[in-house]
Design a protein around this ligand. Structure first.
Ligand code: HEM
Length: 445
């Protein structure tokens, strides 16, 4: 694999000590492009400099941007001694006890603890909850009338996540489901913008975020207190119980603050991402009657192959999270022919990998059949990132999308038409359908 428009091939035996091509614009201008017009700016810079180049932007500083599959593989397979999580990251938003804020052995231990809750048999256990929540949410959907599917999808994925985390529903979960959406909206925007030093203000976005966080902490601590008093805690399968039971190698427990940070992380990372991907699925199906008709035939016959392929294709063609970042911890990190120095940021551009016509012919087309007989594979398909920090909830997200889509297709007929594609709107972390994924549906008799 070579890097188009690069003077050197990507793979060289002796690392080249020069920096990748540099975007030569004032830092602030690059920052505006990066923050507000990221997709356009990245396409422009890739056309100009190739699939590795360097930018200089506020908060992240000098950053190498890669979208060449061979180079992306090197980033994904690097050890945590070489690369740590990008700084700042969403750990800023969820708190220091969040998995996003951990590196090295503490990060590995946390993954080992949480991973079983989102794999294997446990996914089957969540099926009933997901069907229940989908039927509950869709009970009052209007018929023959256009509506935004984004909020309903997010409510389904949020309620599923709350039930998995806390084990039961109740007044506190209802309160959480009311407050979480504003925490998500504001948190995404502020996640990468640390509060100014000595910030004490109660006003402004950081003050507002603090206020919402305090309200969330109050509810989560009530749920922790109740779980600690539960005589059946040892038998409970929910994630709060798992975190309360866990002991580190030295026998110590996780602190209540860390448990709270991690629960909010899982709520945050685990619902709007999947809700957004589902909204994009409906946005695409409205405009692709042939695929939709085939999916309905398949669901009626009890199949699932095309539905799975559709999910993979939605996640490719409408990437929810565009990039993942790392920071060089080692003295240097050799990336193809380039040597990236200590402390520099490396961004992997997921969206630009997914749009690469050498890997995905006609990448702009929504074509689930491209994944009918082949499963998507890293590093070309990277919707969930890759390597030591690959999305912990990837299997769960796919299973959840599958069940929600199946339940909706079994119960509703989605109207198709030639409406213009919805544009993508960047909320700070996720790229969501700009009009909320507008759909018209009728109940199937
Ligand atoms: C379609 C839905 C989803 C998408 C597109 C998505 C995407 C991602 C991406 C791109 C990353 C960063 C990986 C990296 O840095 O290399 C990530 C990390 C993560 N995701 Fe997801 N995610 C989704 C759903 C979920 C769900 C349902 C959960 C709930 C368990 C979840 C939990 C996490 C966690 C905990 C991490 C941090 C992993 C770590 O740092 O070790 N995600 N996700």
């Amino acid at each position: 694999m070579t890097c188009p428009a690069m003077a050197n091939p990507c793979e060289t035996s002796t690392p080249n000590r020069l920096n990748p091509p540099l975007v030569r614009l004032p830092k602030l201008v690059q920052g505006v492009g990066f923050a507000f017009f990221q997709r356009k700016a990245m396409r422009h810079w890739i056309n100009r400099h190739g699939r590795i180049f360097e930018i200089n932007v506020p908060f992240f500083g000098r950053s190498v941007v890669v979208s060449d599959p061979a180079l992306v593989r090197s980033v994904c397979t690097a050890s945590t001694e070489q690369l740590i999580n990008v700084q700042p990251n969403v750990g800023n938003w969820f708190g220091p006890g969040s998995i996003f804020a951990l590196d090295g052995s503490r990060h590995r231990d946390r993954r080992r603890l949480l991973a079983p809750a989102f794999h294997g048999q446990r996914l089957k256990d969540y099926e009933t909850i997901t069907v229940d929540e989908t039927l509950r949410e869709s009970a009052n959907w209007p018929e023959n009338q256009e509506f935004r599917i984004f909020e309903p999808m997010n409510r389904i994925t949020l309620n599923v996540m709350l039930r998995i985390l806390f084990g039961a529903d109740g007044a506190e979960l209802e309160e959480l489901s009311e407050i979480v959406p504003s925490y998500m909206k504001l948190g995404q925007l502020m996640a990468f913008v640390p509060a100014p030093p000595r910030w004490t203000g109660r006003h402004g976005p950081w003050g507002k975020l603090d206020e919402v966080r305090k309200a969330l902490d109050r509810i989560v601590f009530t749920l922790i207190d109740r779980a600690e008093d539960d005589s059946r805690l040892g038998e409970r399968a929910d994630i709060l119980a798992l975190l309360l039971r866990t002991r580190r190698d030295d026998g110590t427990e996780m602190s209540r603050l860390d448990i709270c940070d991690e629960l909010l992380t899982l709520i945050g990372a685990g619902h709007e991402t999947t809700g957004t991907a589902l909204s994009w699925a409906f946005e695409r199906l409205r405009r692709h009657p042939d695929v939709l008709a085939e999916l309905v035939r398949e669901v009626d016959a009890g199949g699932s192959d095309l539905r799975r392929a559709t999910i993979f294709e939605v996640l490719r063609v409408r990437t929810v999270i565009d990039s993942v970042g790392r920071r060089v911890r080692a003295p240097n990190f050799d990336l193809g022919g380039w040597r990236v120095p200590h402390d520099r940021t490396v961004f992997v551009r997921i969206a630009d990998l997914h749009e690469n016509p050498e890997i995905f012919p006609h990448p702009e087309r929504f074509d689930p059949y491209r994944f009918r007989s082949t499963k998507p594979a890293a590093p070309a398909w990277l919707a969930f990132g890759g390597g030591a920090r690959r999305c912990l909830g990837a299997d769960f997200a796919i299973a959840e999308m599958d069940i929600v889509l199946r339940t909706v297709l079994q119960n509703f007929r989605i109207q198709t038409d030639a409406a213009a594609d919805e544009k993508s709107h960047f909320r700070g972390v996720a790229h969501v359908p700009k009009l909320g994924g507008r759909v018209v549906m009728n109940r199937r008799k």
